[in-house]
Design a protein around this ligand. Structure first.
Ligand SMILES: [Zn+2]
Length: 316
């Protein structure tokens, strides 16, 4: 029997899960539309049946990542984007069904666990992951522990306000980092960033431009697209310069579509960070790109979360 853990990533659209061994090989992975499971119990029944037929694997533990997932209680707390409503004690439900240790966390923290065990952060004690997707998520690691805070929700860097009276955020406040630095933020910049280069930009002619369109056109030399990327990198670099003052990390690890666009973006972010950082931190913090992009990072992250938890229990 092959020893492994089960990593499950619950998203609003899809649920991905996979079996991962201790060196980070994904032994199998699957993905299903979340809507296929009317209630959480239907999903657990499905997974139980699914693995009954795969008895050559021994599952040592289960790590789950979910929006609004609380590490402390193991519950999904009123996730606005999920069709499963209310408070769902998912960790307990899985623990009862499989009879193995189970833990739940949110997706941004799962990304940090993945980098720590299987990615570019294996040799760091202190680092922060910044996930650039529809929004901006972050996971803060100090002494190889995720910082959860008093209520389990520390590290919401996406909602730190970086521009006074800036762009309106979906949280209701103005100027949050994620309204500038995220796929959505980059698209907003097409409309909202004032520039003389707008008139001649191909971006203005696209019906539904995406963040990728900006990176693609910038490569082709479109001046407005280049300006948007510069502005996005500057806004993030500036913010990371200030965030260094709370956590003094060895590195920031960038993850997600925008970060994936190439080394160039991370280097720009690093340059703006260095330009604006307090001198005591200067030239001491790296900006890295995740090494898990071409693999199922969500499954690896949730699997890593339970491996690290099992390791902690063993050491106690
Ligand atoms: Zn906000």
């Amino acid at each position: 029997m092959k020893e492994c853990v089960l990593g499950i990533d619950i998203g609003a659209t899809n649920i991905a899960f996979g079996l991962v061994n201790e060196v980070g090989d994904i032994l199998m992975e699957e993905s299903f539309p979340t809507k296929q499971f009317e209630q959480p119990a239907d999903f657990i029944d499905f997974i139980l049946k699914y693995f009954k037929e795969k008895s050559d694997y021994q599952i040592l533990g289960i790590g789950i990542g979910a929006p609004n997932g609380s590490y402390y209680t193991g519950e999904i707390l009123n996730a606005p984007n999920l069709h499963w409503k209310g408070i769902i004690p998912l960790a307990e439900m899985f623990q009862k069904a499989f009879n193995v240790p189970t833990m739940l966390t949110n997706d941004a923290n799962a990304a940090a666990y993945g980098e720590m065990l299987f990615g570019v952060a294996q040799n760091y004690q202190h680092f922060t992951t910044v996930t650039l997707g529809t929004g901006l998520g972050s996971g803060i690691v100090m002494n190889r522990e995720i910082i959860y805070g008093a209520h389990g929700i520390a590290g919401e860097y996406g909602h730190i306000r970086v521009v006074h009276n800036g762009r309106k955020c979906k949280c209701g406040r103005l100027g949050c980092l994620e309204t500038y630095v995220s796929a959505t933020g980059v698209v907003r910049s097409i409309q909202e960033l004032p520039s003389e280069n707008k008139v001649n930009s191909k971006l203005m002619k696209l019906e539904k431009p995406k963040a990728e369109s900006v990176f693609k056109l910038a490569k082709e030399g479109d001046l407005f697209a280049i300006e948007i990327i510069e502005f996005t990198a500057e806004t993030l670099g500036n913010a990371l310069a200030d965030f260094a003052a709370f956590s003094d990390p060895e590195a920031y690890v960038l993850f997600g579509g925008i970060a994936q666009s190439g080394e160039g973006f991370a280097n720009k972010v690093k340059a703006y960070m260095e330009k604006n950082i307090l001198d005591i931190y200067q030239n001491r913090i790296e900006v890295k790109i995740s090494s898990l992009h071409d693999r199922n990072a969500a499954v690896l992250g949730t699997a890593a979360s339970i491996y690290l938890e099992l390791e902690k229990e063993e050491n106690q």
